[in-house]
Design a protein around this ligand. Structure first.
Ligand code: CMP
Length: 139
């Protein structure tokens, strides 16, 4: 049975463009409850660890630079079927291919600066949530 939590980051481009409120409204009005949330900034070591799976990809250095250049909003979200439903809500990695009305369709500029992160599995949602939050920060 699917877990009911996922992890998201509103990436630096979303914060820079003043889109925190609009994206959170889209998330909560789509039925997700915010369990934990903070404005924070990734260090280079944080971003390298978080995106370790991509370390051999040609875009890895740019990804680390992008994700560390300013604050992000990190959050844990709760909903039935959270991981899959949130990935549907955010749309394809490349905003040019993201369905109408998805967060990346509405707020992202490019495949590299794509506004939001969404966990790709229940296992990674738990790992990524624990990367950013202690138990006492989850409600
Ligand atoms: P996300 O899927 O959340 O996590 C990996 C990130 O790497 C992705 O979002 C983009 O920000 C970035 N990324 C993925 N594919 C590419 C690509 N082909 N070129 C540049 N950046 C990419």
């Amino acid at each position: 049975m699917a877990n009911n939590k996922t992890f998201t980051m509103l990436k630096p481009d979303s914060v820079e463009k003043g889109n925190i409120g609009a994206i959170l409204e889209k998330i909560t009005s789509s039925g997700f409850r915010i369990v934990a949330m903070k404005l924070t900034q990734l260090t280079t070591a944080d971003a390298e660890a978080f995106y370790e799976i991509h370390k051999d990809r040609p875009f890895f250095a740019d990804l680390v630079t992008y994700m560390t250049r300013g604050p992000i909003v990190a959050a844990i979200l709760e909903k039935d079927n959270a991981v899959e439903d949130f990935r549907t809500l955010i749309g394809a990695t490349n905003p040019a291919e993201a369905a109408e009305g998805t967060i990346r369709n509405m707020f992202a500029d490019s495949i590299s600066e794509n506004a939001v992160h969404g966990s790709d599995s229940d296992e990674n949602a738990a790992i990524e949530g624990a990367f950013h939050f202690s138990g006492r920060e989850m409600f």
